[in-house]
Design a binder for this molecule. Structure first.
Ligand code: 6R9
Length: 649
């Protein structure tokens, strides 16, 4: 590592930090030597109804993976995010909402939010929604999405938020998998000036015969656009709120009762319902939000994620609100109406901490300095990155152009499964290296193993595993504990396998090298190649499909799909367009392939396995290093693929 790419902690940052280098080292040591003691103390940051006596009861043994934290304590998440702040900061902004249209914004105080959540929680009870019921939330980025999530937590219902960009098909699949009782949606979403027909998508999803578990659909009016109304099923949010009482006792929940399910893509099969529970999750997101962002009371924190992803759950909603912070929620997209929007929002609301994704940074960077044209930016103190590895070029641009070379960048590595940040710099403690997520958070013990599962010491590169549990860890896959164990604990026995590759350097810093499984990362969103392939082969003309990732300047990765057609079908540009539309319909816009290459057949081993390694190389035009192709059932397939690729490009 050359000296010029090391950014030591700046003196002004060190002078004000909550956690300096010595504190980090001492606390980290304590957290891994005596996790019980460390987490017992950290758990005091939240309010318990009944205090816990047991702290950590966890086993990564693949015969009985079992993860429990603070198990005999009771609490309520919404009371922790709202009620307990009323006395001290009832009139402080809990949510600053910025509309898609720059002329629209709202400030919601803790008192307002508490009242809305209490009312909506009463409304949910009125619709017979109680502890353990699953509620699907398919919403735009509007405050009512936060109200809906917190109201579920208040009555003990489990929310399953489905990103508003998913198609009716994908929504139906997620409703069916968790047997959800209720859907909360809006008439339409607004993003980048475009309307997205959420209610119509719900209507279509619910035509699926297996979605009969749904009793009602609650509809928030966002745009006032025209929608169909089914009186036996649909309820207007405003009508419910008008009559709901504003006093609602929070349900006393066990520490290990479910808080939410969030579907995420894996390397095989359909999306997994990642299950998070109550106390451990809340302690972990509150602690990471405070320490990683060095958050101080009164500051404005802006996480640009959508609440449909885990980043939105943990760092728009639960972490900040548990800490009594002011969280900014933005309805739109970073480049609407133009590339200066992010900088304008920062100035307008005096944002102190910005947490965004490399894909958004690259999109701004593509416009050079135009992204900050006319902006002041002096409120900013800290920058964060999440979702995919940040390339050093984007890091430097972010640091210099957005952060004015004053603001540290925390490159935070974590996953839907981990609940919160696991590897990240702490701004006052960690010298930065562009492109490295640096060091583990308190209580987190990463390891690097080779393909045989041997733990590697010192400088090493291999598969990233975590050796012991942390409170924010997922507990199971909803109603499929065996799949949970198979997916995460079988590859390397006794360890949690992340699916990522990583390198550890001479300073003990971690560099995430990307997924080592068949999961793609498109603009920071996870997409399983298996999901794209199964959508493709569902098309009547398609015989077989294989999806691989190719480097993409803005998205990080783009999707490249090889398709072989049924006998009698012929490839054409029209069919290629039709198949792209098909995937959009089956999964959603994020899954639409960049390129479809038709192929007479795909390269397979004699046992019938598709050799993706070869397909990846051909997709990037790297024909020279295909490696050994003699194990293929029919090596001549490769030449055909190369020729078609040449013609396409
Ligand atoms: C929080 C989130 C998880 C996957 C993860 C990894 C990639 C996330 C990263 C990063 C390098 C970072 N990832 N943060 N890679 N550096 N700072 O994104 O969750 O949607 O589940 O994705 O994203 O590959 O395994 P999720």
């Amino acid at each position: 590592m050359s000296a010029e790419s090391l950014y030591p902690v700046q003196p002004e940052v060190a002078a004000h930090t909550l956690t300096d280098e010595a504190t980090y080292k001492a606390l980290y040591q304590q957290s891994v030597v005596n996790p019980d003691g460390f987490w017992r103390e950290q758990a005091e940051r939240i309010d318990w109804i009944k205090p816990f006596t047991r702290v950590k009861q966890t086993s990564f043994d693949d015969h009985h993976v079992d993860i429990k934290w603070f198990a005999d304590g009771t609490l309520n998440v919404s009371a922790n995010c709202l009620d307990r702040h009323l006395e001290e900061r009832g009139d402080q902004a809990a949510i600053i909402w910025e509309g898609d249209d720059p002329s629209e914004h709202k400030v919601i105080t803790y008192r307002d939010l508490h009242e809305q959540v209490s009312k909506f929680a009463n409304a949910l009870r009125g619709q017979d929604v109680h502890r353990g019921d699953v509620v699907t939330i398919y919403m735009p980025m509007i405050p009512e999405a936060a109200v809906a999530m917190l109201a579920c937590a208040r009555v003990g219902a489990i929310h399953s938020v489905v990103f508003g960009g998913f198609s009716p098909e994908a929504l139906a699949g997620r409703i069916i998998d968790c047997n959800s009782k209720l859907v909360i949606t809006a008439d339409e979403a607004l993003r980048g000036g475009k309307r997205i027909p959420l209610k119509a998508n719900v209507d279509q999803a619910l035509t699926h015969p297996e979605t009969r578990s749904i009793q009602n659909v609650i509809v928030v009016k966002r745009t006032g656009g025209e929608i169909n109304w089914y009186p036996h099923r649909d309820l207007a949010y405003d009508d419910l709120m008008r009559v709901a009482g504003s006093v609602c006792a929070p349900k006393e929940m066990g520490a290990e009762e479910p808080l939410f399910i969030l579907y995420t893509s894996g390397s095989t099969g359909k999306p997994k319902g990642v299950l998070h529970t109550t106390a451990g999750y809340l302690v972990f997101v509150a602690l990471t939000h405070e320490k990683v962002f060095d958050y101080r009371p009164g500051e404005v924190f802006w996480c640009t994620a959508d609440v449909g992803w885990v980043t939105g759950h943990s760092y728009i909603l639960y972490g900040p609100l548990a800490n009594g912070a002011t969280t900014l929620m933005y309805e739109g997209v970073p480049n609407y109406p133009d590339v200066t929007r992010v900088a304008k929002i920062i100035d307008k609301h005096k944002v102190n901490i910005l947490y965004t994704a490399p894909t958004a940074i690259r999109a701004m960077m593509a416009q050079g300095k135009a992204a900050v044209e006319g902006a002041d930016g002096s409120s900013l103190r800290l920058l964060g990155s999440v979702g995919e590895p940040i390339n050093p070029q984007a890091w430097h641009w972010y640091y210099e152009t957005v952060g004015q070379s004053r603001c540290p960048i925390v490159d935070t590595w974590w996953q839907t499964e981990t609940g919160g940040i696991l590897i990240s710099p702490l701004p006052g403690a960690t010298a930065l290296k562009p492109g490295s997520a640096t060091r583990p958070f308190f209580g987190v013990v990463p390891g690097i193993v080779d393909n045989q599962g041997n733990l590697l010491e010192g400088v090493a590169e291999g598969n990233l595993v975590i050796l012991d549990s942390w409170p924010g860890q997922m507990r199971s896959i909803y109603r499929d504990h065996d799949r949970f164990v198979d997916t995460y604990f079988k590859a390397y026995r006794g360890m949690y396998f992340t699916g990522d590759g990583a390198r550890r350097d001479e300073d003990g810093y971690y560099w995430i090298t990307g997924r080592v499984d068949d999961v793609l990362n498109i603009s920071g969103h996870r997409m399983g190649t298996a999901e794209i392939e199964s959508a493709m082969v569902a098309h009547p003309k398609v015989a077989e499909a294989a999806a691989v990732g190719v480097p993409h300047d803005l998205k990080g990765q783009g999707i490249y799909v090889y398709v072989s057609l049924n006998t009698g079908e012929h490839s054409s540009e029209e069919l290629s367009q039709e198949l792209k539309q098909w995937v959009r319909h089956e999964i959603g816009p994020i899954a639409v392939p960049e390129v479809i290459q038709f192929a007479a057949s795909l390269p397979k081993t004699r046992s019938g396995k598709i050799m993706r390694r070869i397909l990846r190389k051909i997709a990037t035009g790297d024909y020279e290093s295909l490696g050994d192709i003699s194990t293929l059932a029919d090596p001549s397939v490769v030449q055909d693929l190369i020729e078609t690729h040449r013609d396409l490009h």
